[in-house]
Write a protein that binds this ligand. Structure first.
Ligand code: SF4
Length: 668
């Protein structure tokens, strides 16, 4: 048996596009739904269901959280607007060829549609008409419409056809219409994919003994292929390879030549299964309509039979439209050029709807031309990849610094994505510190240099080399100009018991613990933490030994200055007891300034020890009795804030005697 597979078998441009849109959405969103089955093929619909895509039968059933896809047949305008009201996101996967008919139909002039009035595409077109609309499926029905509406012959009217309408019937209708409606504006909207497929069905069914037509039994274009084929030879319409069972294989047993064609909504995997089943059972030889080479695998040969590739051809395209699923461009040929979203950019976060506008010129690579459909698939991503590889090779030669985003931390290093390529940076080259946490780098943008390019475009890079160079440059600049008193914003790099090391922009200096606070502290961590950004100034430096002492305390925050500006001897202030010793108690006047209340200044009464009348935390009134600026000491008295007690008579005598004795002692 010789099997001949039709060149036009499988998805057309519009169906392929709709499936791509749904599959891409299903990867990113939950709640993806199609308004009706996305295509007339149960196997593909079930495959999408297994990927989480649901089918909504009526626009009324849409809920707010659903992402709704309008299928390639299109819908009436009112349905689209209702869907937009009900759902937060409506994606229009209507085939651009059908959208074109919608635009033609959006007129108040009468619209004549050659098509099946029950087909969703025709219902959708009708739903865009603003005036009268007449639908007919053959010349007889058209004549009847004209007979019933004779004024149509005088009116300006628009004539369009369902994209899958039979070409021969269309021609008959057209001939009649041209004679009676001289003011009709005629638009040939039959999709060339359909025409070519039907022509190939006609040809193959004449050249072969049997035709196998693969596709959904509810698919109108598949049924049309079946109708065409069965006129010329025994033909069988099957949905899957499973239908090639015993009886069917028996029928094919002595057949010499079998032709295979498939509807526009038949996935390639089903065509492959059917061919493989026939091949396993019966074939001695297989042929494909497209050119194939000897070293192609079966799958590649089939792919080649479904489309002709013309890769690596560079073209410039002017942007015509930017949609969620693809960009359409004019590349100066009669075919429609389009860039699917997956071929737009190597960057998964790129948003083509934001980045590209109508009229932009893009550099592109031709990926696939389809003369049957009149489309050319293009890739911007592949063009960019070629251009970017040249940049990478140049950067390797010149050791230019590149930038990339860390996308993964793996055993032994990190992966940096730059210009669409993965660069491996070993752990030892990932940062200045050898012990840094590589996983914390994921998501950050880093500079790097290429160390080497190994076989198969394996790029090895170093972030450390760039950081070290930058640090050395910054350090040299600082040592050239640094002077005592210079101020810097620095980052605390590490802390020890005696101070904190601060990076002031490529050079580290040390802030001694005594320089961190005006108050007494036990450890630098009471004031600063690693990673803090602090303002420091140079207190001292030794350029030979490369040592810098930094100051952190600010003069205007000096508590002694604040105290002396605010208080004077004789002032009575409130103070808190912060320490008690055998000879008195220390009271805090302001943070950083404590004064001594000598035991003799606590009370007029004799006290054994300060604890008898004071405890830490007591708030007391004190009089400032002495301020010593040199020793920065303050003397305080509680006693002097108290009323002087009246003395008893014997105390007065005793005191007078004591005074006399003191005078005599002094005289002696
Ligand atoms: S048959 Fe033509 S019009 Fe219909 S979906 Fe396919 S490409 Fe679009």
């Amino acid at each position: 048996m010789v099997i001949t597979v039709a060149k036009t078998a499988g998805f057309c441009f519009g169906v392929n596009r709709a499936i791509d849109i749904v599959e891409n959405l299903a990867k990113e969103h939950k709640n993806v739904c199609t308004l009706g089955p996305i295509i007339h093929n149960n196997q593909m619909v079930n495959k999408l269901k297994s990927e989480g895509v649901k089918i909504i039968e009526s626009v009324e059933d849409i809920t707010k959280e659903q992402t709704v896809v309008i299928r390639s047949h299109g819908v009436p305008k009112s349905t689209f607007l209702t869907a937009e009201e009900k759902s937060k996101k409506v994606i229009d996967a209507t085939c651009p060829f059908v959208t074109k008919i919608h635009k033609l139909a959006e007129t108040e002039k009468p619209v004549l549609i050659a098509g099946d009035k029950n087909h969703e595409e025709v219902i959708g077109i009708k739903g865009h008409c603003l005036g009268d609309c007449f639908i007919f499926k053959n010349e007889e029905e058209l004549k009847e419409i004209i007979n019933n509406n004779p004024d149509l012959t005088k009116k300006e009217l628009v004539f369009v056809a369902q994209t899958t309408f039979n070409r021969a019937i269309y021609e008959k209708c057209l001939n009649f219409l041209k004679k009676v409606c001289t003011n009709a504006k005629i638009f040939d909207t039959i999709c060339s994919a359909t025409v070519k497929r039907q022509q190939e069905a006609e040809l193959l069914s004449k050249q072969n003994d049997v035709m196998i037509i693969i596709g959904g039994k509810n698919s109108s274009n598949t049924n049309k292929l079946y109708e065409i084929c069965k006129k010329n030879c025994p033909s069988y319409l099957i949905e899957t390879a499973a239908e090639l069972n015993g009886k069917m294989l028996e029928l094919l047993k002595d057949v010499k030549k079998v032709g295979v064609i498939a509807g526009a909504s038949t996935p390639a995997f089903i065509i492959k299964e059917v061919i493989q089943t026939m091949q396993n059972e019966n074939t001695e030889e297989k042929v494909f309509s497209a050119e194939i080479t000897d070293d192609m695998s079966f799958e590649e040969a089939l792919e080649a039979s479904l489309s002709s590739f013309n890769t690596d051809q560079k073209v410039k395209g002017v942007v015509l439209t930017v949609g969620p699923a693809e960009i359409q461009v004019d590349i100066g040929r009669k075919q429609t050029g389009y860039i699917p979203q997956s071929e737009y950019s190597w960057d998964p976060n790129a948003d083509m709807q934001k980045e590209v506008k109508v009229g932009d010129t893009l550099d592109l690579i031709v990926m696939k031309t389809n003369d049957q459909e009149g489309t050319i698939m293009l890739s911007k991503r592949r063009f960019d990849n070629i251009a970017n590889w040249s940049k990478i090779e140049k950067a390797n030669e010149t050791k230019e610094v590149l930038e990339g985003k860390v996308v993964n931390a793996i055993k032994g290093g990190i992966i940096v994505k730059a210009l669409g390529y993965d660069v491996f940076v070993p752990a030892s080259q990932a940062s200045l510190s050898r012990n840094s946490d590589l996983s914390s780098m994921v998501g950050t943008t880093v500079p790097f240099k290429i160390l080497e390019i190994r076989r198969r475009r394996n790029i090895i890079g170093s972030v450390r080399e760039v950081l070290k160079e930058r640090k050395d440059e910054a350090s040299a600049k600082i040592w050239d100009s640094i002077a005592v008193g210079d101020k810097f914003k620095g980052t605390v790099k590490s802390i020890t018991g005696y101070g904190a090391f601060v990076d002031i922009g490529g050079v580290d200096g040390m802030v001694h613990i005594s320089e961190l606070s005006w108050s007494r502290i036990k450890h630098p961590s009471e004031v600063v933490s690693v990673g803090d950004e602090i303002e420091v100034y140079v207190k001292d430096l030794d350029k030979e030994k490369k040592k810098i002492s930094l100051g952190y305390k600010k003069a205007d925050e000096n508590p002694w200055t604040i105290f002396t500006e605010k208080y004077a001897v004789g002032d009575v202030v409130k103070a808190m007891i912060v320490n008690i010793v055998s000879y008195g108690a220390f009271a805090r006047i302001i943070p950083g300034v404590d004064g001594l209340i000598h035991i003799s200044q606590i009370s007029y009464d004799h006290i054994e020890k300060p604890q008898d009348v004071l405890k830490i935390g007591d708030e007391v009134d004190v009089k400032i009795t002495e301020i010593n600026p040199e020793t920065k000491r303050v003397s305080l008295s509680i006693k002097e804030t108290l009323p002087v007690p009246e003395k008893k008579e014997d105390e007065v005598v005793a005191s007078t005697e004591t005074a006399e004795e003191t005078k005599e002692e002094t005289a002696e």
